[in-house]
Design a protein around this ligand. Sequence first.
Ligand code: HEC
Length: 150
Amino acid sequence: MRLSLIASAVLATMTLTGVAWAQTEVITARREGLRAMGAHMEAMKAIADARGNPAPTIERIDAMTAFYSTFPTRFPAGSDVPQGTNPGQTRALRVIWTENAGFVQANSNLLTQLAALRVAATSGDPAAFAPAFQQTGAACGACHRTYRAR
Ligand code: HEC
């Protein structure tokens, strides 16, 4: 009896550690992905600022569209800062889970902007690309304002 109690306590601890570990992996992967998105935006900003030919950005836009098309699934329940398990590892705010529809909508808005940006890039016209790029950045910021800690 006592042994089985100990055994189940050990098992429960192992399970909790496993869950915390899985969340750490999820958080690390999404943050890595987001940093790559930041790098895409930096590279495109240089082209937009210089009024360069935007056609070479199409690959970046496609990579971003692929990433954001599944972005909300990178926030499974518990991958915020779960009561001190991994404090400081994520800036995801709890409102992502309590107001998830708004979060998904903010993500859809970005996808809409990325589609418009792709059209502008395909046109090869710097005058079309620069404002579309700016609006894409605004769609990033709109989500961060509500759903990401500063
Ligand atoms: C739907 C909401 C949403 C959209 C849209 C969004 N982000 Fe974020 N972003 C987040 C959240 C939430 C975090 C915090 C993630 C974490 O710390 O776990 C974040 C974090 C980041 C980070 C920090 C990564 C790190 O090192 O921790 C970068 C860089 C970033 N986003 C870039 C972008 C760019 C660029 C765009 C637009 C192309 C964008 N994001 C669009 C929600 C969003």
